[in-house]
Ligand binder design. Structure first.
Ligand SMILES: Nc1nc2c(c(=O)[nH]1)N[C@H]1C(S)=C(S)[C@@H](COP(=O)(O)O)O[C@H]1N2
Ligand SMILES: [Mo]
Length: 431
């Protein structure tokens, strides 16, 4: 939390108004140059939960310690590790992702900008336009009335999950293992809505827009606006979702309305969704171009400089698995047997098998692997391992998809640190 404490202070030192928007979703300090007074004082008192008797002594720019300590505990998120507070990015430790369906409180948060302050569902509007016969503007109730409402468990992983293990380091959020989750989402099929709008023959790509704002405060800039080829958009497993795990979406997961485009980088799943435009070319919104969510078209050496034109847009995510029980570092005493379990997923594909090794990959045993609850749900595995003697062991998990592709041991390095699907390893000491 120290890091975050420092960050909040840096943030306020730089631009207090903007800091307020990022931290609280609104401005609480109309005037930070002098002493806190008037509306600023009232706002601060309201946030602190009481009057401030000695407010005359509070220097301008002082951040009450109560706020500094609380600011980056994300409300209704449990156990998440906060990587960054501007924008807010938080991942879930592997052992807290043990549930078959990821609870809302454990679903990671990846923000590129400042979340909208008004997330009122009743006034929310989604616009569908571009290369369609009938552009539409729909409220959430319209979506529920006009289209079939479906519930699906859909896995979502940030394209940069695992970046922290890159060597040389790649810039960006240093995600370790937990920028992934599989909540149950309720919504309508993106395909049904697009069909109702009548996608025309010029349609090539979708363009997604959300209500969050650019951190610079510049209203003309989008924090992120990505899309997918029309073929992927018409898959029946993409949802325009208004519920997460049977309740409202978490405000940080896109409430009140978001896309869930499973199997592809999480960035395709626009949060706080306000508009889907159908385009006659590959979308060129924020973080669609340059090297964002792109990897070199060919394998490169770690650290290699790759010309921009050699990068390709990431589509389906690669096969991967995560051990969620036990927590890495467990000490076994008395027992030499251990049940290991976790989840595996494979982008647009299914997972065919998961194997476990306790001897640094020399031999493998097959884990039990369950079919997904529905396509694009992650699959659960469990397996019994037996340690031959006391000492230090690692349990490794390796998944193979239905096209025969397998998780590698080493990271396929790329300049932006995407798609790290190397095997998950946990430490076990047997005493
Ligand atoms: N509007 C909007 N949508 C967004 C983002 C964002 O910053 N703004 N981040 C994207 C990225 S990069 C990811 S990985 C997923 C993360 O979804 P989550 O925060 O609900 O876990 O949301 C995507 N949708
Ligand atoms: Mo992401």
């Amino acid at each position: 939390m120290k890091k975050n404490g420092k960050n909040i202070f840096e943030l306020y030192a730089k631009d207090p108004q903007q800091a307020d928007r990022v931290v609280f979703g609104r401005e609480t300090y109309p005037d930070r140059r002098g002493f806190l007074k008037g509306a600023g004082l009232a706002g601060m008192a309201a946030l602190l939960g009481g009057a401030i008797p000695f407010h005359r002594n509070m220097p301008g720019g002082l951040i009450p310690v109560a706020l500094a300590e609380e600011a980056f505990r994300i409300e209704n998120k449990d156990g998440l590790v906060i990587l960054n507070d501007r924008p807010v990015n938080a991942e879930c430790p592997a052992h807290l992702l043990d549930d078959e369906v990821t609870p809302t409180a454990r679903h990671f948060v990846r923000n590129n900008g400042a979340p909208p302050s008004n997330i009122d569902a009743s006034g929310w509007r989604l616009q569908i336009d571009g290369e369609v016969a009938s552009p539409m503007t729909l409220g959430i109730e319209d979506l529920k009335k006009r289209f079939e409402v479906v519930k699906l468990q859909l896995q979502l992983e940030c394209g940069g999950n695992g970046r922290a293990f890159f060597d040389p380091k790649a810039k960006g959020n240093q995600w370790t293992l937990g920028a992934v989750g599989c909540s149950e989402w309720t919504g309508v099929r993106l395909a049904d809505v697009l069909k109702a709008a009548g996608v025309n023959s010029k349609a090539v790509y979708t363009a997604h827009y959300g209500a969050d704002t650019h951190l610079s405060g510049d209203a003309d800039k989008e924090p992120i606006s990505r899309g997918v080829p029309i073929g992927k958009a018409l898959s029946p497993y993409n949802l325009i979702a208004f519920e997460q795990n049977g309740g409202p979406l978490h405000p940080m997961n896109g409430a009140p309305l978001r896309l869930v485009v499973p199997g592809w980088p999480g960035s395709c799943s626009q949060k706080w969704l306000t508009r889907i435009q159908i385009r006659d070319r590959v979308h060129d919104g924020a973080k669609m171009t340059g090297t964002s969510y792109r990897v070199p078209a060919y394998p490169v050496k770690p650290g290699e400089d790759v010309p921009k034109e050699d990068f390709r847009i990431i589509e389906s995510m690669p096969v991967k698995s995560l051990i969620t029980y036990p927590e890495s570092g467990i000490e076994l005493s008395g027992a030499r047997e251990l049940t290991v379990r976790g989840h595996a997923w494979a982008g647009d594909n299914a997972v065919r098998s998961v194997e476990l090794s306790i001897d640094f990959g020399a031999t493998w045993i097959r884990a039990d692997l369950r079919a997904p609850a529905n396509p694009f749900a992650w699959q659960h595995f469990s397996g019994q391992v037996r340690f031959p003697s006391n000492g230090y062991y690692e349990v490794w998990a390796r998944a193979t998809d239905d096209a025969g592709r397998q998780q590698p041991f080493a990271i396929a390095w790329n300049p932006k640190g995407y798609l790290n699907n190397s095997m998950h390893r946990i430490a076990v000491r047997v005493a």
